[in-house]
Ligand binder design. Structure first.
Ligand code: HEM
Length: 210
């Protein structure tokens, strides 16, 4: 539980920051949302998060492309048929949340990092997609009675931390020459960037100096 509780959020924050650095328009949109909701006088707080839908979409999009626990397992307690396939009793079933999150049958342009995909108005279901196991095209925390009991805590920690990283700093890589990053993955218990993100924080807003 300690490993799940620390590795998961750490992995999501690293992937989110890497994606925001590679996609400066997403970073700026998230910062503009924070500035318009929170103002420029104080640090963003946990209680602001329900009013920051774009920030929430950034975290969902990060979990879609980079689920820290990409595969989880079940065992068939009795023989059954799923989608025409016979599944014998006691079969081990592996659910690949990483592949589902990148499946073009469920996601348009799945390899493009685009939080806007959660706000498509002509399909009201898209804006409602949640990550806690009710929408089978997005399962970073699993689903059902064995799904992650730490999901709400993890989301709160990730959203609040990411919001302050966006509000307070600009993030520079490659001495500011470009935004290129090697996004190769390495899977241990949790999936991280194969080359750990090295970036320089440049203070943008210092809430405690006022
Ligand atoms: C971004 C953060 C996290 C991710 C992506 C994540 C993901 C997962 C996944 C995919 C599972 C398996 C679910 C299934 O089989 O349906 C799981 C199980 C579990 N997670 Fe998390 N987790 C995270 C954070 C946490 C935190 C913060 C805690 C506790 C404080 C936690 C505790 C657990 C426990 C105890 C289980 C086993 C549940 C069981 O077998 O009944 N996780 N997690």
């Amino acid at each position: 539980m300690f490993i799940a509780g620390t590795n998961g959020p750490a992995s999501v924050l690293e992937w989110a920051l890497a994606e925001l650095i590679r996609n400066p328009h997403v970073f700026m949109k998230a910062r503009e949302e924070i500035d318009s909701v929170v103002g420029k006088e104080r640090l963003v707080k946990e209680s602001d998060i329900p009013n920051l839908p774009y920030l929430q979409a950034v975290v969902k999009e990060t979990l879609r492309m980079h689920p820290p626990t990409p595969i989880f397992a079940r065992e068939a307690i009795r023989s059954c048929q799923v989608d025409g396939y016979d599944v014998p009793e006691h079969s081990k079933i592996f659910i690949n949340a990483w592949a589902i999150g990148r499946d073009p049958n469920y996601w348009d342009n799945p390899l493009v990092y685009d939080p806007e995909r959660f706000f498509i108005n002509d399909d009201p279901n898209k804006s409602k997609i949640d990550v806690r196991g009710q929408y089978y095209q997005l399962l970073p925390f699993g689903s059902g009675r064995r799904s992650c009991p730490g999901a709400s805590l993890a989301l709160l920690v990730i959203q609040a931390t990411l919001a302050s990283l966006i509000q307070c700093y600009d993030w520079v890589v490659n001495d500011g020459k470009n935004h290129d990053l090697d996004m190769s993955e390495v899977g241990r218990v949790t999936v991280f960037l194969a080359k750990p993100l090295k970036c320089k924080p440049v203070p943008h807003f210092v809430p405690f100096s006022a």
